[in-house]
Design a protein around this ligand. Structure first.
Ligand SMILES: Nc1ncnc2c1ncn2[C@@H]1O[C@H](COP(=O)(O)OP(=O)(O)O)[C@@H](O)[C@H]1O
Ligand SMILES: [Mg+2]
Length: 286
């Protein structure tokens, strides 16, 4: 479970302090697939960086499975990140001199994973890239590169995957493909997934949403949804643990509000913002 308590971030902008995230409190249960949405500059990446412990908050606590990561030293934090968190970024961040297969296998080999090669092969199979394993990133389409990045993020079978606009640099079809993969990973592994996206349709496919604007939460719908949801995705199966945590959570009555059906209006701005993506390069065809 991910819990943020009164977390804020203030940076110095010239000689003036600038608050880019106002104090916010939220929790994301284990096994949930949630979206963080909001216009460019609203603080989404900052928030994801704080959840990952890549950045330290100015105030507040960030708890990952009850551990306050703001209290950890760099080594412990790096270890926790390596065990628990996989990242996917908008611009893939693959190593250009390594093949798809090597991009997935090499970090595992460095980490001393015993069956790194076998695991890399099976991860590439999971994202449908077996046939492209020995291609270099420059020989792959954007969608394929993002699938390699996803396979790499799953290398340690992390319980949490954080994805910062993973479809933001892809065309619609490839973006959908990545979303389908995230959903099948969520269903098969019970992974907690936090997806930052501009895409209202993608956000509406998740279990809950947090809407940011100007560094403030303007809407918290991380609330529980009914198991089959209003999403019309009957094939989506939750991890067992997520279900039992939810049941426990509900019986504790921590959140009393009714599960709400997504109102399209809350995501309208995301649609407006969709054209303003940084560097939306056309996808290379393959
Ligand atoms: N280190 C920093 N110093 C100054 N301003 C920053 C810094 N990091 C982020 N910002 C600003 O904070 C705001 C939120 O940034 P970010 O979290 O990247 O937003 P988003 O991912 O929603 O586009 C932006 O206005 C950005 O320019
Ligand atoms: Mg961002």
């Amino acid at each position: 479970m991910i819990q943020l308590r009164e977390v804020s971030k203030t940076v110095m902008s010239g000689s003036e302090p600038l608050t880019i995230l106002h104090p916010l409190t939220l929790q994301i249960l284990r096994g949930q697939f949630v979206a963080i949405v909001g216009p460019s500059g609203s603080g989404k990446s900052t928030l994801l960086g704080l959840i990952a412990g890549l950045d330290a908050p100015t105030t507040g606590e960030v708890l990952i499975d009850e551990v306050d990561i703001t209290k950890l030293d760099e080594d412990s934090l790096a270890r926790l990140r390596g065990e628990k968190i996989g990242f996917v970024f908008q611009f893939f961040h693959l190593i250009p001199s390594l093949t798809a297969y090597e991009n997935v296998a090499v970090p595992m080999e460095i980490a001393g994973v015993a069956d790194a090669r076998q695991r890399a092969a099976s991860l590439l199979e999971e994202v449908g890239l077996t046939g492209r394993a020995h291609h270099y990133p420059s020989q792959l389409s954007g969608g394929e590169q993002q699938r390699v990045a996803l396979a790499r993020a799953l290398a340690n079978d992390p319980p949490i995957v954080l994805a910062d606009e993973p479809t933001g640099n892809l065309d619609t079809a490839n973006g959908r493909h990545i979303m389908e993969l995230l959903r099948s990973i969520h269903a098969a592994r019970g992974t907690t997934i936090v997806l930052v996206t501009h895409d209202a349709e993608l956000a509406a496919m998740t279990d809950g949403r947090l809407v940011l604007r100007d560094g403030r939460v303007v809407e918290d719908k991380l609330a529980l949804q009914p198991p089959d949801g209003a999403r019309g995705l009957p094939e989506q199966v939750e991890g067992r643990q997520a279900q039992s945590e939810r049941a426990e959570h509900a019986s504790q009555g921590e959140r009393t509000e009714e599960p709400r059906v997504q109102s399209p209006s809350s995501l309208d701005f995301a649609r407006d913002d969709a054209g303003a993506l940084e560097g939306s390069a056309p996808e290379r065809s393959s």
